[in-house]
Design a binder for this molecule. Structure first.
Ligand code: HEM
Length: 135
């Protein structure tokens, strides 16, 4: 059963990070669109992905992670999980910010880029902690 949840955790976390990474990049790309109907079309797709793909798959990652945590007794036997959960909190905040940026029509490009780059760095930190398990 652990293998099942580990596989589910891996595929869902790839989708969470990949979706958020690309969604934040499309916020930057959307700033270049000139026609209002193009902006509306892109916004519509972004909103649907955020609501129907990003949030449900984040739920799957968190639930499968909690099952793994119970099966491996990670909270009592190692410490890497605590900073990983701290980074998860930041990733969730970045997801909320991405959702707000999707709703916004006028936005300085540097703010959109900041969210995009931060998503990459935080996700890299989480994957490092979970795979290397440094402490
Ligand atoms: C977006 C959020 C998350 C990402 C990107 C993520 C990423 C990862 C990665 C890359 C591994 C690799 C394991 C390996 O190499 O064997 C892993 C394992 C693990 N994750 Fe997550 N994770 C996330 C959320 C969570 C949550 C919310 C929990 C639980 C509270 C959790 C608990 C675990 C545990 C216990 C393992 C270790 C399983 C083992 O030792 O076989 N994860 N995670």
């Amino acid at each position: 059963m652990k293998n099942f949840f580990l596989t589910l955790h891996m595929i869902s976390m790839c989708l969470v990070v990949g979706t958020l990474f690309l969604q934040s990049l499309t916020v930057v790309f959307r700033l270049r669109l000139k026609k209002q109907e193009e902006v509306e079309g892109a916004k519509n797709i972004q909103k649907r992905i955020h609501k129907f793909i990003y949030y449900p798959i984040l739920g799957v990652t968190i639930i499968s992670g909690m099952v793994l945590a119970m099966k491996t007794h990670v909270f009592s036997e190692s410490n890497w999980i605590f900073p990983k959960l701290g980074l998860l909190l930041i990733l969730i905040i970045l997801g909320v910010l991405n959702g707000k940026q999707i709703q916004t029509d006028v936005l300085p490009k540097k703010y959109a880029m900041m969210v995009h780059i931060a998503i990459f760095l935080i996700a890299a930190g989480m994957v490092y902690l979970a795979t290397i398990k440094p402490f």
